[in-house]
Design a protein around this ligand. Sequence first.
Ligand code: NAG
Ligand code: NAG
Length: 348
Amino acid sequence: MRRKYFYHYVAIACVVLYIYYFFGVSDYIYSKKFEKEFNYPLNRNIQPLVREVMLGRKPAVAPINIYPYRFLTNSRKCYTLEKLDLFIVVKTARSNFEKRNGIRQTYGQENSIPGRIIRVLFFIGSDDLNSPVQERLDREMAEFKDIIQMDFHDSYFNNTIKTMMSFRWLYEHCSNADYYLFTDDDMYISVKNLLDYVNDDAFTRLNVAGDRGDKDSVILDNDTEKIILAGYVFNSSPQRFRSSKWHVTLDEYPYDRWPPYVTAGAYVVSNRCMRIMYVGSLFVKHFRFDDIYLGIVAKKVGLEPKHCPKFYFYKKKYSVDSYRDVIASHGYDDPEELIRVWNEQNAL
Ligand SMILES: *[C@@H]1O[C@H](CO)[C@@H](O)[C@H](O)[C@H]1NC(C)=O
Ligand SMILES: *[C@@H]1O[C@H](CO)[C@@H](O)[C@H](O)[C@H]1NC(C)=O
């Protein structure tokens, strides 16, 4: 009798321990409070450093996060005396040839909005540079001249590198656009709705967090440039389940919540924001999820991501009417579907 109970207890204890370990319960218990304790390397106010760099001066502390990768191709798309209205960065992978063609025929058409100057480039990593995929890509690059290839390994957990390298390219070669849209190659995008949204006069510079009077702040009170960092904003907590693809240890990130962040599928930033975010990233330690990383950088430079419900991080069910106001929707893996929906919306 007693013996039987003993084994029951042992079994229950094992289950409890297993749950405790597997679901990362201790990580939940020991995580620090984001609201009170958030700090992330560099563990200091980086705003004065960002300001110095943007004024062309040497910062008091050297940058800590410069990626050692190169651009294998370049583009002269921004070498124009005019200001661009919109620059679209499409994150894509080497073998997604059909998706890129679908985008070129839809929202990637640079003359789709009369009177607006729009440019589009695809950003891609590398693998084996002597493979059949690369040969086909080389032909595509020669034909369209709209791909920036970079020399790091293209993989999910290198997305932050892809994103920040594209910021670097913009900062160095294309700082003359009013707005920058960052999107993945499986999104539906309405450029017209996007431009209506960012050009709305009500939307001046609402994104500044923190103390306006602070003389160290990146954005000063007399600053008149538009400050926009907008998309679908998440307020969520790190995954501590050990089996999750998105599992994060306390060593990597010790707080109970993420900073507010825009989901990576599609988001828009104003010119000033692009430059502040890029320079800010030089002083913020790398983190492997790109959307979270941008959330951390935004928090460190004092920008508050703005939630715009017209960006859908999931696939919004299509109907002619339900898409009238949509700026972005996820889930367009099939280029033919993208072309059909885009044509129907643009015929309205
Ligand atoms: C990211 O790219 C670098 C440079 O190519 C490579 O060494 C590294 O293994 C890649 N990381 C992942 C997670 O693929
Ligand atoms: C904005 O204010 C700062 C500090 O008050 C001053 O140094 C700077 O010259 C001003 N900039 C402009 C464009 O007026």
